[in-house]
Design a binder for this molecule. Sequence first.
Ligand SMILES: Cc1ncc(COP(=O)(O)O)c(C=O)c1O
Length: 484
Amino acid sequence: MIEALPAKGIPGEQVLAELRELRAADLPTHGGRLFAYVYDPDLDGLDELARAAHAISAAVNGLDPTAFPSLLAMENALVGAAARLLGGDHHTVGSVTGGGTESLILAVKAARDAHPDIATPRLVVPSTAHAAFAKAAHYLRVALDVVPVGADLRADPAATAAAIGPDTVLVAASAPSYAHGVVDPIPQLAAIAAERGVRFHVDACFGGWVLPYLRRLGAALPDFDLSVAGVTSISVDLHKYAYAPKGVSILLHRDEALRLPQYFAYAGWPGYTMINPVISSTRSGGPIAAALATLRSIGDAGYLDLAARTREAVSVLAEAVTATPGVRLFAPPETSVVCLASGDDPDGVDLFVLADELAARGWHTQPQMAFGEMPATIHLTVTAAVASTTGQFAADLADAAAQARARGPAELPAPLLTAAAALTPEMVTPELIGGLAEGLGLAGGDFSRMAAVNSLLNAAPPALREALLTGFLSLLQRPAAATE
Ligand SMILES: Cc1ncc(COP(=O)(O)O)c(C=O)c1O
């Protein structure tokens, strides 16, 4: 436990030592062993450079670019680079946001506010679209129309066309989707939206900085950016495949008129007139300076090289999955994701047990729950740093799968299963969550053996899973008691 407000300030050295101790409990952000959350280019000196750049601009406030022209210059430079990478032209404009979710919320806000006449604006997305669209719809009171994807895991153009109605203000799709790493048929979808006079957003938050380079390296991927007619906006996160520190994404619009309703302006109070292009008002220049330093340090040729390493790593990992009994590739490994499912044969392993076995060998993957017709899968976000570890991963995957097969499916205590089967979201209380956490061995904060928990969550309908995990997070997020 750490005291955030000690009676007397304590020396900086000690504070830093405490922070390092806290960080030691985290999953490894570097070294290519964590296949979600982090993006590691494995480039010497890059972290130090980004930190130094962050420090130079940390105190700058993005609230007012006329007071801090340095930030305006940096943002315009980043937006310009993104526009050139993603098929923009001299009409393209954009904003620097704090992350992918913020970029998507703003794309939806711009589309909604372009139609003040529509009482219940609607957003059409494929079922594989990132959850941030559901969040945007929820926050902005926009109705969400989710269109099932085809058997190829891609947005279905005909079904999308059928879902567009007079109140649709935005259609969106992914390039690529996070869960499976496949690219939706953007040209067809954008044409359909354009024909109906509806905006079309490409969520390239995840892969927008690696797809152009994969294409240059010869990957057979469809056009997906502003060069496609009908695409009105696109988002790309610099804190993903541009390898910038957390806190920077870019939202581009085809032209100024499309961006205008994204702004929030308010002069109806006695203080300063507030004009915000993004959700935050006060925001630090640190992440923006760090992103600029990262882009300038790596450069176009550097990103091509990182994409080549990523591509090679994806192909080795995909081969390893194919060669491992009990698992199979669930999605074509066409971008920077390897997504695996349990094998169809009777030897198929329990994926949640496999994830635990991999974690025990130092590989941290991301289990994904079954969804509709789709089985549970394991997601691997592959970054350039993974290239140097693929051989070891392949060996450990074979070993972990054999062990998972020997162990069989995760076992849940029978009383817990019976109780869980009768649960509804309304029955989830803090007491129930406390009891469940205790019963599943989570109360001590050890999350390394999660197969039983994941099996339980996988069996829960989505609304119950949401309630259980919300309750659990709320249980974790408690004010620390005062210490000496
Ligand atoms: C396709 C896609 N869109 C949006 C997001 C949301 O990004 P963030 O976590 O930066 O808010 C993600 C994050 O993984 C993503 O993969």
